[in-house]
Design a protein around this ligand. Structure first.
Ligand code: ADP
Ligand code: MG
Length: 687
């Protein structure tokens, strides 16, 4: 006996409906009012069936009376309903259907059906049309029917009803004054929202779809304004905090500059001047130092730290991986320790005794510079006088982690200056929005004497030739990286691949020393291999993406990346940046498995065509769109539902100006506007 059908109680239905709406972020009436259609269906007219048949694949709406209704079994079970109007018949075909549909679509019933008309064997037909049963003379809607972004199990009809209800209840007060609207040439709020939900049929559908209609402009402007207001408020909150001014460029700064084995490039000098000026201020610096891979950010960071130390404060440098942190530690210690600076090293992998010692030196202030990983932000780490925090590869840390380091300042009201570094260049439009609260310095010049990297794309079936090249390079005294394929689904599999690759390469290159590093090795083991590679004793370093950032071995001039098609553009760029650091001509070989998909192909071509990180970032933005560019949580675009940072840049600029003015003259409007547009989502924007 089949189980009895369960009927859903009405309250239960309402509850699940609300929960589903909430999952789309639709909690308040205003949320619903601002849930705007993706597109529209034109149900304002019915066409004669005969004419609809000529539309060739376009959606049409017809109305007719059912003349036949059958369940057919060939080629598979389906419900076939024929309707007809004065001009002729049309077949509606349903491959999935319910018993009550069969009952509903009985002969003699009048239906209004909407769908694509095709020419089947029996004349005009619609497969799975949307339809409803009507009475003769039932009026047609006089507005386009909105189609909303929806979630699983949330039917359009339910959304439409919920939104219509909300539109009758919301507080329509315009947050912008008529004078301001006139100045900006923007439409009022209420008519804009109403028009977008229920546009009259004479509105240009094109302008609705490409969001160029004045009603859309108003929505986009409001959204961008909310974003700018919120960013500027975060900025003001930051500026209301104090920071210790670090004004002294003293003995240490000067002797460090002299001790460097090179002179700074013009770009390094410029960004250093910007940082030095910020450190003079008694509110906290929040500066992003952008520079392509190998552009020399570390030395700038070291000079900033020197200024903090010269001024009597401590500096901390945090890097996302142990390898990277250790590279910084070694390099900076090698520069600074001879000048009498006490540098401490703090990571999770330290032995208990070493760790306690590092913590004690940090707390007492004996350690003037503390370098490490996330271990720096853990509880129990106390600084005596932390004046400057430097975060390398800042995008690899969460907002919370960056804040935690900032909170290790003198007291709640005095926070350290913050310098963030990134080799992932951020396009200008993104910098203006998400990064509105950051000052940005750019190193746009590589140190002299670098030889350009030649990049080749090589089919995986020529792997033997590639191994031959590695061998030849080693015989000329050069070293090579061999990067193993990225296997996102499984770390275990990735590890396995790395060990296998290492074993086969070691066998095939039996006269060479082949090393292996991967993420699961103990830091000490990793370091032994890295050191041997740095000293030139290991010729070929097989690696997973652990070498992605920061590794600096100038004698390595060959980079092989297996299954390059699986990597993202910025990752490939970072990996490739490990070579081309010395005077030898460098080569990067991107091995791929054919056939290549179009996106992967575009990426590899980009890599072949350019080594310019900014150009690569620009193309990455083009291929992926800004939402994905920085990871959804981080990007300014992620906050934006309607505006597009590329096409609406002029609106971004207007919104910026207006935000500035409103914050200055009209706090009540600021509050009202933020409440309307961000509701509870403002925390996303706090950097
Ligand atoms: P990144 O910006 O990728 O962090 P690094 O700071 O690691 O780059 O610098 C890359 C290499 O270039 C290092 O070996 C560093 O010592 C060297 N370097 C930095 N600045 C200069 C310069 N002005 N002239 C020559 N070499 C430099
Ligand atoms: Mg670096």
């Amino acid at each position: 006996m089949p189980a009895p059908k369960r009927k859903t109680a009405p309250q239960e239905k309402a509850k699940t409906g609300a929960a589903k709406l909430a999952r789309l972020g639709l909690r308040t009436d205003m949320d619903l009012a601002l849930h705007l259609p993706l597109r529209y269906e034109d149900e304002t007219q019915v066409q004669p069936i005969q004419a609809a048949g000529f539309m060739g694949g376009h959606a049409a709406q017809v109305e007719g009376v059912v003349t036949a209704s059958d369940i057919q079994y060939r080629p598979r079970r389906q419900l076939v309903v024929t309707i007809a109007d004065d001009s002729g018949p049309l077949v509606m075909r349903f491959l999935n259907f319910y018993g009550n549909q069969v009952k509903q679509l009985a002969v003699g019933v009048r239906v209004r059906a909407r769908g694509e008309v095709r020419h089947g064997f029996f004349g005009a037909e619609m497969v799975h049309p949307t339809y409803k049963v009507v009475q003769e003379g039932d009026p047609l809607p006089d507005r386009l029917t909105p189609v909303y972004p929806s979630g699983e199990g949330l039917p359009q009809a339910y959304l439409r009803k919920a939104i219509a209800g909300a539109l009758s209840r919301v507080d329509w007060r315009d947050t912008l004054s008529p004078a301001l609207l006139a100045e900006l040439r923007l439409q009022a709020f209420e008519p804009s929202v109403r028009l977008l939900h229920n546009p009259p049929p004479d509105v240009s559908e094109h302008a609705l779809l490409d969001r160029s209609h004045p009603a859309w402009l108003r929505m986009k402007f409001d959204e961008l304004l909310a974003q700018q207001l919120s960013l500027k408020r975060a900025q003001a909150a930051r500026r209301s905090k104090g920071a210790a001014a670090l004004p002294r460029i003293g003995e240490l700064s000067e002797s460090l500059m002299k001790a460097l084995p090179f002179t700074l490039t013009g770009a390094q000098q410029r960004v250093l001047a910007e940082i030095r000026a910020d450190l003079h201020e008694s509110f906290p610096m929040q500066r992003l130092l952008q520079g392509d891979v190998g552009s020399g950010k570390t030395v700038v960071a070291a000079l900033a730290a020197a200024q903090a130390i010269d001024s009597g404060f401590q500096a901390a440098l945090m890097a996302p991986t142990e390898i990277l942190a250790e590279q910084h530690f070694r390099k900076i210690a090698q520069w600074m320790e001879p000048l009498g600076v006490k540098v401490a090293w703090l990571t999770g992998s330290l032995k208990k005794k070493e760790k306690l010692e590092a913590l004690a030196r940090t707390e007492s202030g004996e350690a003037q510079l503390v370098i490490g990983t996330h271990a720096l932000i853990q509880e129990g780490v106390e600084f005596s006088k932390l004046g400057l925090v430097i975060v390398d590869e800042q995008h690899r840390f969460g907002v919370g982690q960056r804040l935690a380091l900032r909170n290790k300042g003198l007291d709640a009201q005095t926070v350290p200056h913050q310098l963030m570094m990134s080799a992932t260049p951020i396009p200008r439009t993104l910098a203006m929005t998400y990064y509105a609260d950051l000052e940005v310095s750019v190193i746009d010049e590589l140190p002299p004497g670098r030889t350009p990297i030649v990049t080749r794309i090589v089919d995986q079936n020529r792997r033997d030739e590639v191994i031959g090249r590695v061998h030849a390079a080693a015989q000329e005294g050069r070293q090579a990286y061999w990067v193993c394929p990225l296997i996102e689904e499984s770390e275990a599999l990735q590890l396995q691949t790395a060990t296998d690759t290492h074993a086969t390469l070691a066998a095939e290159l039996s006269d060479l020393n082949v090393g292996l590093v991967h993420g699961r090795m103990k830091p000490a083991e990793k370091q032994i291999v890295m050191d041997a590679f740095s000293r030139g004793e290991v010729h070929v370093l097989v690696a997973t993406t652990v070498i992605e950032v920061g590794v600096d071995v100038p004698n390595a001039s060959l980079m092989v990346i297996e299954h390059a098609e699986r990597f993202g553009l910025s990752q490939l760029h970072q990996l490739r940046g490990r070579v081309g650091r010395g005077s030898a001509a460098s080569v990067c070989l991107l091995l791929y498995q054919s056939p290549l998909g179009p996106v992967a192909k575009q990426r590899l071509m980009t890599m072949r065509e350019t080594t310019d990180g900014f150009e690569i970032a620009r193309r990455d933005l083009e291929i992926r769109g800004p939402g994905e560019f920085l990871g959804a949580r981080q990007s300014g675009q992620a906050m934006l539902r309607f505006a597009d940072l590329e096409t609406d840049q002029w609106l971004v600029e207007k919104a910026r100006d207006v935000a500035q003015k409103l914050l200055h003259d009209d706090p009540a409007t600021v509050e009202a506007h933020l409440a309307r547009w961000l509701g509870g989502r403002e925390e996303f924007l706090k950097v």
